[in-house]
Ligand binder design. Structure first.
Ligand SMILES: NC(=O)c1ccc[n+]([C@@H]2O[C@H](COP(=O)([O-])OP(=O)(O)OC[C@H]3O[C@@H](n4cnc5c(N)ncnc54)[C@H](O)[C@@H]3O)[C@@H](O)[C@H]2O)c1
Length: 253
């Protein structure tokens, strides 16, 4: 049995992951961490300040983190100190926070870090790569929509989309929203919507003369991210220390 601790246990993603870990016969939900104490499907949830004590007591194989960027950096350091493998789904990291996390991880523990654990989005990223390569000269616009509670914008998934596109078409100016007078150049337009309970929509439009190609992905339930996080949890145990993406988990790397 793989022992799992969930950070952000009382949040939207943490509680969904907790439910699926609890239902999985090969995974053992041994605890949770959040800003306040509580319960996660019968497992004890401790306050963030007590995370180290919880890991010392429960000795999890994997710590899953879906919290907020600043908290996740700290949780990654604590998990690595205790030798636990990591699955990090939190988004909104600054470049400095990414460096801090990789220092804690490299040479110490294996970690999967992905801005999106849905299998569909990981396939969508591969298709985008191919489309961007095959459509040089087409204008590119990126759109994303999420629920009213999502704070970081654009989404981590949209940032990954931009990174993938630029690997193919080269560095471009990013224009976040359009307003006023300006000619269309080679920039990539990025458009963000926040509202209601939208789980996660992403689209990329490639616009040429007399035709457009649009690739899009829509998540209908956050269990798609949770299922992918569980796949990563099973995969990461026993891997060499270092940072892996979901493409490695899915064999797409
Ligand atoms: N990678 C993916 O596939 C994916 C999918 C969905 C959401 N996300 C990301 O996951 C994160 C969480 O999303 P959510 O919708 O569950 O948010 P949420 O606000 O519902 O949950 C976050 C939880 O983290 C807790 N938290 C804050 N500080 C903490 C700390 N120091 N230690 C432990 N817990 C702490 C909060 O109290 C809250 O319960 C966001 O960054 C979001 O963008 C990633």
């Amino acid at each position: 049995m793989t022992k799992v601790v969930v950070c952000g246990a009382l949040g939207r993603m943490g509680s969904t992951i907790g439910r699926l870990v609890n239902e999985a016969p090969d995974l053992d939900l041994v605890g949770g961490v959040d800003v306040r104490a509580g319960d996660l499907f019968g497992a004890k949830v401790v306050e963030a300040a007590r995370m180290s004590a919880l890991l010392a007591e429960k000795k999890p194989d994997v710590v899953i983190d879906f919290t907020v960027a600043a908290a996740a950096v700290q949780n990654v350091k604590t998990a690595a100190q205790h030798g636990a493998a990591l699955v990090v789904g939190t988004t909104g990291f600054s470049p400095e926070q990414r460096v801090e996390m990789s220092k804690a991880i490299e040479g110490h523990v294996p970690a999967v870090i992905s801005s999106n654990y849905s299998i569909g989005v990981n396939i969508f990223w591969q298709l985008l790569k191919q489309a961007a390569r095959m459509l040089p000269g087409y204008d590119i616009e990126v759109l994303e929509a999420h629920h009213r509670y999502k704070k970081d914008a654009p989404s981590g998934t949209a940032k990954t989309i931009l990174q993938i596109l630029e690997e193919e078409v080269g560095q471009r100016e990013k224009l976040y929203g359009r307003e006023g007078m300006r000619e269309r150049g080679s920039e990539i337009g990025v458009h963000v919507i926040r509202g209601g309970d939208i789980v996660g929509d992403h689209a990329v439009i490639f616009a040429g003369n007399f035709e457009t190609i649009q690739l899009s992905h829509r998540a209908y339930d956050r269990s798609v991210f949770a299922q992918g996080a569980l796949m990563a949890t099973r995969w990461v145990v026993g891997k060499k220390p270092g940072i892996y993406g979901m493409n490695s988990v899915l064999g797409l790397a």
